[in-house]
Design a protein around this ligand. Structure first.
Ligand SMILES: [Ca+2]
Length: 359
């Protein structure tokens, strides 16, 4: 038996050399383990005569199984079972690499968690921004809500205050209920007459167009005295505006729509008397979205019969209107049409409102 074992060890040593990757430790599981393993001996040469049977048959080890990582073996030879165990440096290297990779993955996982937190914070920012945009959009819709603009230009007759027989005010800013809209009797300082005017939030409205119901193709005296319906379309009259603005500087606010709303405010507004052809003082636009009048600052008023413009022809005659012109340009008093015939700067508009308030 000892010889057989020696023989097996020799074969094994050939099949699994003791290289840098493996070493083996054998353990007999049978009770017949010899006290001392003999060194392997050279196999006796086979007898030349083919008729002679070999003296001792060489058992062939049989690998029964490779368990898991190829580092544990069970070998069976007749009458004995051997188990082999190995330790793999290659496996150690692999385990080390896996540990390194695990650390890398842990680090990457940590970074992913950080990134996730950042993305969550960003998502909350975007959500807040979205809410803000929703609020702004709502506000914007309220501002440019066209029906509101219509009501701005076209007063609701039933809700209008009509105090033409009541107390007289120097101008609309003295009306107690400044938030209300209505028709009040005004008598500015040093004015020999009183007149009715449309007041709106403390402003005195001097011109309004919105539906073409009033013909604005008027003469010089009509533009001087005023015409139209104070609850609808009207021109307050240059004499009344002159009377108001004699007492100090006013701000002129112009609101026009097509239907987009444009505004312009001029803080140095006044109108001279008829002896100076109702010359306009205006100043530069200080607030608003579209300047349509600063180019006529200092111009005299014109009607078809009184050509005071800077054109070599007659703007008022050409447009059947009365206004302050340079080379024509803006004209809020010309013929009204539904598609937009009134002009403000480079826009054709359908609605206009001119109102003044003392500075
Ligand atoms: Ca001219």
């Amino acid at each position: 038996m000892a010889e057989v074992l020696a023989l097996i060890c020799g074969v094994w040593a050939q099949e699994f050399p003791d290289d840098e990757y493996y070493y083996y430790d054998y353990e007999e599981t049978t009770t017949a383990r010899p006290k001392k393993a003999p060194k392997p001996k050279k196999q006796p040469k086979a007898p030349k005569a083919t008729t002679e049977a070999p003296t001792t048959p060489i058992p062939t080890p049989e690998k029964e199984s490779f368990i898991a990582d190829e580092c544990s073996y069970t070998l069976t030879i007749p009458g004995r079972e051997l188990q082999g165990a190995c330790k793999s440096m290659l496996l150690d290297t692999t385990v080390h690499d896996l540990k390194v990779e695990l650390e890398v993955l842990k680090h990457a996982n940590h970074q992913l968690k950080d990134d996730l937190q950042k993305y969550k914070a960003k998502a909350e920012e975007i959500s807040d921004f979205y809410d803000e945009m929703q609020t702004l959009t709502k506000t914007w819709k309220e501002i440019v809500h066209w029906p509101n603009i219509d009501s701005k230009f076209q007063p609701d007759n039933e809700s209008l205050a009509r105090l033409v027989d009541g107390p007289q005010y120097k101008d609309c800013s003295e009306v107690p209920n400044k938030k209300g809209k209505g028709i009040y009797k005004l008598r500015p300082d040093d004015s020999p007459w009183a007149f009715n005017a449309f007041c709106e939030d403390g402003w005195t409205v001097i011109q309004r167009r919105f539906d073409g119901s009033v013909d604005f193709a008027k003469r010089w005296s009509e533009f001087g005295n005023g015409f139209g319906d104070l609850a609808g379309e009207f021109w307050l009259g240059l004499e009344n505006v002159h009377s108001l603005t004699q007492s100090g500087k006013y701000t002129l606010r112009v609101e026009v729509a097509n239907p987009k709303l444009y505004t312009a405010e001029y803080p140095d507004f006044s109108v001279a008397g008829e002896d100076d052809f109702y010359r306009l003082s205006l100043g530069n636009m200080t607030k608003g979205t579209l300047d349509g009048m600063s180019n006529v600052d200092g111009q005299k008023f014109s009607t078809p019969a009184y050509d005071n413009d800077n054109w070599n022809q007659n703007c008022a005659q050409y447009f059947a209107s009365g206004f302050w012109y340079d080379n024509c340009g803006s004209d809020l008093n010309t013929r009204w049409c539904e598609r937009g015939c009134l002009r403000w700067a480079n826009k054709y508009i359908t609605k206009s409102l001119m109102k003044i308030k003392k500075n």
